[in-house]
Design a protein. Structure first.
Length: 259
């Protein structure tokens, strides 16, 4: 691996942190499913950048803190963490719920943020086009909704998780439901403040995303007028799982243009 994993103590509690590589700092904020399975993506990013990829508090192998009630708490936590680690000119990459989180951070403070990449982000609502309800799906339904390629979905379904991995899956689903369910994966007030996002922003989406419609990419573009949109044919809700090279190239080129 091009990065290491360690449990670090922060103001907000203990955090599982992946870090490795050199270059501009890229902070990756994972989605509701956690960071497990993202190792190839992390390795590719760490080849070019100083990668910082935590498990959110209460997700994966990070501790459950008593202060965590909603997404805004996570936003303030990460702003504190960036300051505590003395990270500067941070290129934030947020996937799905992590994209929402990165936007909640950006509307509060961009002082240490250099650019923003949204990967199939939630956080806003398009009337009549809600985010898919992943909590009522069977494993088969979920995998075939997450991925455009049925072979990838079948491979994921064929994996037999360890007891520890099962515990992580349950923790992630529980935490995602608690933080994102009321209302479902959006903040009714977020859209009116997205004009505050001034850092260079790119929006990346799987053209076959069945969890969060690609129409959301255009809505984010409308709300963040300087943002650019790129859609990947043949990719679903996790573009870096199905189009690893295309996704990492898009992120890498964008980061280097704005470094």
């Amino acid at each position: 691996m091009n990065y290491t994993e360690s449990v670090v103590k922060t103001r907000g509690g203990e955090l599982l942190l992946r870090r490795g590589g050199k270059g501009p700092t890229v902070l990756f904020l994972h989605g509701a499913g956690g960071a497990a399975g993202s190792e190839p993506f992390f390795n590719k990013l760490a080849e070019r950048f100083d990668l910082v990829a935590p498990d959110h508090p209460s997700f994966g192998r990070s501790a459950m803190p008593p202060w965590l009630d909603d997404i805004s708490d996570l936003a303030y936590f990460y702003l504190d963490l960036i300051e505590e680690m003395d990270l500067k000119n941070v290129h934030v990459v947020g996937h799905s719920m992590g994209g929402w989180l990165s936007l909640e951070m950006a509307i509060r403070s961009q002082a240490r943020m250099k650019s923003l990449t949204l990967l199939a982000s939630v956080g806003i609502r398009l009337k009549g086009n809600p985010v898919a309800n992943v909590f009522i799906m069977t494993p088969d339904q979920l995998m075939n909704t997450l991925f455009a390629d049925p072979k990838i979905a079948a491979a994921e379904l064929a994996r037999v998780p360890t007891p520890e991995q099962l515990d992580e899956i349950v923790r992630n689903r529980t935490s995602a439901a608690r933080l994102g369910w009321h209302p479902r994966f959006f903040n009714p007030k977020l859209a009116k403040w997205l004009h505050r996002v001034k850092v260079p922003t790119q929006i990346l989406w799987g053209a076959e995303d069945k969890i969060v419609s690609p129409a959301y990419a255009e809505e984010f573009k409308r709300l963040i007028p300087h943002a650019t949109v790129t859609k990947f044919p043949g990719a679903g809700h996790i573009p870096y799982a199905e189009k690893l090279d295309d996704t990492t190239a898009a992120i890498g080129n964008f980061v280097m243009r704005n470094a």
